[in-house]
Ligand binder design. Structure first.
Ligand SMILES: [Ca+2]
Ligand SMILES: [Ca+2]
Length: 101
């Protein structure tokens, strides 16, 4: 966890990710960003899986974990229309913002 002063501390218990909608595999790239501009960091993961070519396979569908402000993360890529299975590589923040807005 970032302590806000440039330091990082290990923490295995302060984040709660809801991973029930994904098999948690096939990750390719990720970005922490406050995509909804509410003051907390959210996590977008672009997924890829070697040998899996179907864009509807869950191992290829990108996920967005939205922070509730207390470090509880809920997967909500479909809510924002970015649960895509095609890959274009890790997206710059500006591209993600354009996709969400
Ligand atoms: Ca946020
Ligand atoms: Ca939030």
């Amino acid at each position: 966890m970032n302590d806000g002063a440039g330091g990082l501390t290990e923490s295995a218990t302060t984040m709660n990710f809801d991973v029930t909608s994904t098999d948690d595999s096939g990750n390719y790239g990720s970005v922490w960003t406050d995509f909804d501009n509410d003051g907390d960091l959210d996590l977008y993961i672009a997924k890829c899986r070697q040998g899996v070519n179907s864009p509807t396979d869950g191992r290829r569908i990108n996920v967005l974990f939205v922070n509730d402000g207390s470090n509880n993360f809920t997967e909500a890529a479909a809510t924002y229309g970015i649960n895509v299975g095609w890959q274009v590589g890790p997206l710059p923040l500006e591209t993600l913002i354009m996709m969400v807005t």
